[in-house]
Design a binder for this molecule. Structure first.
Ligand SMILES: [Zn+2]
Ligand SMILES: [Zn+2]
Ligand SMILES: [Zn+2]
Length: 497
């Protein structure tokens, strides 16, 4: 009779323990050999900076050890020497080749100081049995601006009240900051900008944000629609749940967006400066729509009328009258920075136009289904700065057009939509054939030219050399009467279908 099932199990267990112990012993040996090798290996270099190599390990499962190697890029000084001068070259987006408040470098500073050796993620110190949060300032970090890394300034001036905070994507960092006040020194603001830190104010700044954070949030907000408040809360949570730099961050992000827009539109090096930017100058134009002087033949205007359809511009007008914006601030308190340079119309001109022209009553639609129009004068707009948004798009390629988006105040009024259309058509005056589609074209287009004659001449459209075709989108057409279905159909108009 062979061994019992129980004996078999016991034997296997013992065998497993022996094997596991041997495996762990060999892993430990490998680990210490790797550490030895790392300590004696020559330091790798990257540009002017040495890469400090640091090996840590994490337990990823029972009895298993995984190796992880981290690199910290820092100046060629010993890490716990307090004076650290930033200013190493960063790329266009502020990504770090070296950033003095980079998470990795903070870990490195903390780790080489006096804290426990493993698993630290924020600056801190070991305080009689627990890990206490601390700041880079308390740890002794002094940042000197205006001089190359490692160089001392003999005439430095400390930041206002010796109280400076840097916001980075890994949290909020209190540091000690010295500006250079030597004879040839730049202004403190320029010194900060040279370090790729964006100052919160132009006079005596007490906080700055890294370009890295601003770029990070800029992209994040496009992808996830995260608000500045949510981003600030994240930074606070990553630090100590406290701090009051939300308003400063709001301001810096708003300025960053505006500066980035101007830079990408080529106004960074315009001799006339930002003031040279004209309405709609910062938009991305539709590359497939007719753009005279850009993507059309030189003599396109001489083409025979039979082939003018080739040079037609298709526009789609529409509105979302549920996209409301609450009236929580004002232009005086929170002025916009874009002045109609891109997709939205210039706010002040638009508002004064509405005040002038808006006294005329809205024409009622004969269709009960056109609730947008009929509700225009009755919809409750209390507490709202805008009850919706109107827009004129390029219909064939679905791109927004320059100066073609504006707020709605009461439903979908004709004057708002008229202004948006005439405003965007100022950008393409030369186009001779316009195909304009709108779900309520049959009503809206009826008195359009009458209404235009009452508007300021600056937005008038020169009708002398134009062929204008009004259409109703196919999705909306079945809701109209038979006469509309014939007159405004995409399928029945020459040069379109
Ligand atoms: Zn100096
Ligand atoms: Zn287009
Ligand atoms: Zn109709």
């Amino acid at each position: 009779m062979g061994p019992s099932r129980q004996q078999c199990d016991k034997g296997l267990k013992r065998q497993w323990h022996v094997l596991n112990a041997a495996h762990q012993a060999s892993q430990r040996q490998n680990l210490s050999a790797a550490r030895q090798q790392a300590m004696h290996a020559p330091q790798e270099t990257s540009g002017d900076h040495k890469l400090h190599k640091h090996i840590s390990h994490t337990i990823t499962g029972p009895g298993r050890v995984a190796m992880r190697t981290e690199y910290f890029v820092g100046p060629m000084t010993t890490p716990n020497v307090p004076a650290v001068a930033p200013g190493s070259p960063l790329n266009d987006n502020g990504h770090n080749e070296f950033n003095v408040v980079d998470a990795a470098y903070i870990d490195y500073l903390a780790e080489t100081d006096k804290g426990p050796k493993k698993h630290k993620r924020t600056a801190g110190h070991w305080n009689n049995g627990y890990f206490a949060h601390t700041t880079l300032k308390v740890l002794g970090l002094r940042v000197q601006l205006g001089h190359p890394s490692g160089e001392c300034c003999y005439n430095s001036s400390t930041a206002f009240y010796d109280d400076f905070v840097v916001l980075n994507i890994n949290g909020v960092h209190e540091i000690a900051l010295d500006f250079c006040a030597c004879e040839i020194a730049q202004s403190p603001i320029v010194q900060l900008l040279h370090t790729w830190w964006y100052p919160s104010t132009t006079v005596d700044p007490r906080s700055a944000t890294t370009f890295r954070l601003l770029h990070h949030f800029h992209i994040l907000s496009f992808e996830s629609k995260a608000s500045t408040f949510e981003y600030w809360q994240t930074l606070a949570r990553l630090t100590d749940n406290a701090g009051d730099r939300y308003e400063a961050l709001l301001r810096m992000i708003k300025q960053w967006r505006s500066i980035t827009l101007l830079k990408r539109s080529g106004y960074g090096h315009d001799p006339a400066g930002v003031c040279a930017a004209t309405p709609g100058a910062c938009t991305v134009l539709c590359p497939a729509c007719p753009q005279p002087g850009k993507n059309m033949l030189d003599d396109w205007e001489k083409a025979l009328p039979e082939v003018h359809w080739k040079y037609a511009l298709f526009l789609a007008i529409d509105a979302n009258f549920r996209l409301a914006r609450k009236n929580v601030s004002s232009d005086e308190v929170d002025p916009g920075l874009s002045w109609g340079l891109s997709y939205f119309v210039e706010e002040h001109e638009f508002k004064s136009f509405l005040n002038e022209a808006g006294r005329l009553p809205q024409e009622k639609s004969m269709y009960a289904r056109h609730s947008a129009v009929n509700l225009a004068d009755t919809k409750n707009a209390r507490g709202l700065a805008a009850t919706g948004v109107g827009t004129v798009d390029c219909a064939r390629h679905n791109l927004k057009r320059p100066c073609a988006v504006g707020d709605l105040q009461k439903g979908e009024r004709y004057i708002n939509m008229d202004y948006l259309l005439f405003s965007t058509l100022q950008q393409t005056r030369d186009i001779m054939v316009l195909n304009i589609s709108y779900d309520i074209t049959c009503q809206w287009s009826k008195n359009l030219w009458d209404r235009m004659s009452r508007y300021p001449s600056a937005i008038h459209l020169d009708l002398s050399n134009k062929t204008i075709v009004f259409l109703i989108p196919k999705f909306h057409l079945p809701a109209h009467i038979a006469a509309c279905q014939i007159t405004f159909s995409y399928n029945l108009i020459e040069g379109i279908c």
